[in-house]
Ligand binder design. Sequence first.
Ligand code: FES
Length: 110
Amino acid sequence: MSDTWTFVCPTSQLLPGEMKTVFDEVTDVPIVIFNYDGMFYALEDRCSHEDFELSSGSFDRTEGSIECLLHGARFDIRTGQALCAPAHLPVAKFPVKHENDGIWTRDDRS
Ligand code: FES
């Protein structure tokens, strides 16, 4: 398993309610990172319904969910679980770490 972490941004550049997408340095998988009330979460930036990019949708900072722009499926950003149809499968969740005032993530499936 690769333990190469991908730099996202300085912590100060991802404020509560914001999200940012990066590509994993090893696998090139798109990852969307959320700041949900000061906690950071990372999901694969790909809807499990039809492979559309989740980061094009809207981040509900009250519920902690992201709604896919294409057909309206919602996912819990903390777990990746699908919350409503038409998606039924979860999206992959990835680890996040803070180090040296920065945010890092990685595709830990590789
Ligand atoms: S592609 Fe996301 S809900 Fe259909």
